[in-house]
Design a protein around this ligand. Structure first.
Ligand SMILES: *[C@@H]1O[C@H](CO)[C@@H](O)[C@H](O)[C@H]1NC(C)=O
Ligand SMILES: *[C@@H]1O[C@H](CO)[C@@H](O)[C@H](O)[C@H]1NC(C)=O
Ligand SMILES: *[C@@H]1O[C@H](CO)[C@@H](O)[C@H](O)[C@H]1NC(C)=O
Length: 231
């Protein structure tokens, strides 16, 4: 258990289905949210990974998570949007209030998808990984500061004010949220996606502990079949 504290599942056969606890956001509503109970330090780098099932019928902007700091609301955020042309969900990252374009994609098929975002101050490099593969990245030099500490991370809602005024809700299911204070690389992301026990870096928020405050979302079993991304 110690070795794989980052991972919500432990299975000797990687391809076996595993059941964990998930959060079900059943309807488009400003009431449904989960607040991550962790104290956030000021972060020179960060990685957030989550598994999500988007409701394919929900065509509006869906906030997977929003991190707001007391001094700056749109500090770090990941949102999804159904493509108007292709049957895809597109993801966009917001860092220090800068909204990057909707580009990283996955098929809008109601299946579980593993989504990770990473960012580091040193060169402004950020990336979005879907199902173990890098789908979008860039290096932005314009702003160079840590992600502010003492913030609030909310799953499933955008925060228009610090810890409140929720908008742009997520509809679907979320599980396996883990947060690291480092920028993981593609190999490490793949390890997490595959749930193989090679990564020993402990996340500072861990789905096994699941210290969350939830409101108007249901805890449901989440049945995942991880697939080896490098096959
Ligand atoms: C959950 O988080 C709160 C707030 O950070 C903390 O006071 C509490 O001790 C945590 N509970 C557990 C079980 O870790
Ligand atoms: C989310 O989970 C619920 C409860 O298990 C299920 O009924 C629903 O179909 C799932 N939603 C999506 C978008 O797959
Ligand atoms: C938050 O909501 C309250 C109550 O609806 C409203 O009075 C306030 O202006 C909102 N604040 C922001 C920053 O949107």
């Amino acid at each position: 258990k110690n070795i794989i504290t980052y991972c919500f599942l432990y299975s000797t056969t990687l391809l076996a289905s595993v059941v964990s606890s998930g959060l079900y956001f059943p309807v488009e509503s400003q009431d449904g949210y989960a607040r991550v109970e962790a104290s956030f330090p000021s972060l020179p780098s960060v990685s957030v990974c989550v598994r999500a099932q988007f409701d394919p019928q929900h065509k509006k902007v869906s906030t997977l998570f929003s991190y707001a700091a007391p001094v700056f609301t749109n500090e770090f955020q990941l949102r999804g949007y159904v493509d108007k042309v292709k049957p895809q969900v597109l993801l966009a990252l917001i860092v220090h209030g800068k909204h990057h374009s909707y580009k990283a994609w996955f098929t809008n098929d109601a299946n579980w998808h593993h989504i990770c975002v990473t960012w580091q101050k040193s060169d402004g490099f950020w990336a979005i990984y879907v199902d173990g593969v890098r789908r979008d990245s860039a290096a932005g030099k314009e702003v160079s500061r840590n992600i502010y500490g003492n913030g609030i991370l909310i799953l499933g809602q955008d925060q228009d004010s610090f810890g409140g005024n929720f908008t742009e809700p997520f509809v679907g299911n979320i599980t396996d949220l883990n947060i690291w204070d480092i920028s993981l690389d593609e190999t490490q992301i793949r390890t997490i996606h595959d749930c193989s026990p090679a990564l020993k870096r402990k996340p500072f928020f861990n789905w096994l502990d699941r210290n969350l405050t939830i409101h108007a979302v249901k805890e449901v079993p989440a049945k995942i079949t991880p697939m080896l991304s490098n096959l």
